[in-house]
Design a protein around this ligand. Structure first.
Ligand code: MN
Length: 295
C-alpha cells in the first residue's frame, strides 16, 4: 500500500487592486517578492495579470505599452490569453504573440526591450488579457548571454484531465507523460489549467518544490479552503499532489511549481541579482549602454 501526501494551503494571498504598467497594461500583482517572503516563492519572483481590459480602436495611434527598459538576472515569461503583443529587444529578437502563445525571454546578463500592443490590436481594438511572470536564475546563469523562446500555442500540448475535469496546457515541465516545450534553467512546471464547473482533480507536484496556484477566473477550493478569483494560494512544501475543486462557474488557473533556488535575492526595479554590489553594477552597465540598445 502506498501513501501519498496531499499539499495544503500554506498561505492564501488577498486579491490585489489593479494599477497601470505603462499606458498599455492594467495589471494586478498577484504575488511578488516585494510583498511575500522570496524564499517561499523561489524560483518565481512575481506575477502580473493584465486585464481582461477592453481597448477601443485607435487607427493611426501609437501602440500602447511599456517603452524601452532593461532587465538583468532573471527571465520574463509572457502568456497571452486575449489580444496581441509585439516585443523587440537589444539582442535582436522580436516577435508578435497572440492568444495561447508564450514568450519566454531569458534576460540573463541584460537586454533592453519594449513591450507593446501589436499594430493590428492598436488599430482594431479588442480585449487584452495576459500574464507576465518573472522567473529567477541561479547565480551561475545570471550573466549568461540573453536568450529568447517564442512558444506558439500550437506547440503547447494540452492534457485532458481525468473524469472530464478539464484540461491543462503544459507550457513547461511535465504532466504525466506530456512534456512542455519551454526550456527552463532550473526544474519547474508551468501549467495553464481549465477546470469544468464543479470538477475535482488531483494534480502531481514534486515534493519540495514551491508551488503556487493563481486563480484567474472562477474560484476553487483546496482541502475545504476557498480561493477566489484573483487570489493566489501558496502551498505547503511537503507532498506529491494537490487536490483542487472548482466552484460552479469552473475555473481558469495557473499552476507554478519549481525547485527553490537557495541563494540570496537582491532586487531593484528591473534587476534581480544576489548582492547589492551586483545591483549597482547592473545600473552602471545599463546607463553606460552595455546592455545594448534598441535599433
Ligand atoms: Mn520588460
Amino acid at each position: 500500500m502506498t501513501t501519498t501526501t496531499t499539499r495544503r494551503i500554506a498561505q492564501a494571498l488577498p486579491a490585489p487592486a489593479p494599477h497601470w504598467v505603462g499606458d498599455g497594461f492594467p495589471v494586478r500583482s498577484m504575488f511578488s517578492i516585494h510583498g511575500q517572503d522570496s524564499a517561499a516563492l523561489s524560483p518565481f519572483l512575481l506575477m502580473d495579470y493584465a486585464g481582461p481590459h477592453r481597448f477601443e480602436p485607435d487607427a493611426g495611434g501609437r501602440p500602447r505599452g511599456v517603452d524601452e527598459h532593461p532587465h538583468r538576472g532573471f527571465e520574463t515569461v509572457t502568456i497571452v490569453y486575449q489580444g496581441e503583443l509585439e516585443h523587440r529587444d537589444s539582442a535582436g529578437n522580436s516577435g508578435r504573440i497572440g492568444p495561447g502563445d508564450v514568450q519566454w525571454m531569458t534576460a540573463a546578463s541584460g537586454v533592453v526591450h519594449e513591450e507593446k500592443h501589436s499594430a493590428t490590436f492598436t488599430r482594431e481594438g479588442g480585449t487584452l488579457e495576459m500574464i507576465q511572470l518573472w522567473v529567477n536564475l541561479p547565480a551561475h546563469e545570471k550573466m549568461a548571454p540573453p536568450r529568447y523562446q517564442e512558444i506558439l500555442s500550437r506547440s503547447i500540448p494540452s492534457v485532458k484531465l481525468a473524469d472530464d475535469a478539464g484540461a491543462a496546457r503544459v507550457i513547461a515541465g511535465r504532466l504525466g507523460e506530456t512534456r512542455g516545450p519551454a526550456r527552463t534553467v532550473t526544474p519547474m512546471d508551468l501549467w495553464d489549467v481549465r477546470l469544468n464547473p464543479g470538477a475535482s482533480v488531483e494534480l502531481p507536484v514534486p515534493d519540495g518544490h514551491n508551488s503556487i496556484l493563481v486563480v484567474l477566473r472562477g474560484d476553487i477550493s483546496i482541502g475545504g479552503a476557498a480561493i477566489q478569483k484573483h487570489q493566489c494560494a501558496l502551498l505547503d512544501a511537503t507532498g506529491e499532489s494537490v487536490r483542487i475543486s472548482a466552484g460552479d462557474q469552473g475555473a481558469t488557473l495557473l499552476l507554478l511549481s519549481g525547485e527553490p533556488i537557495d541563494e540570496p535575492v537582491a532586487a531593484h526595479g528591473p534587476f534581480v541579482m544576489n548582492t547589492t554590489d551586483e545591483i549597482r553594477r547592473a545600473i552602471a552597465d545599463y546607463q553606460a549602454g552595455r546592455m545594448g540598445r534598441l535599433e
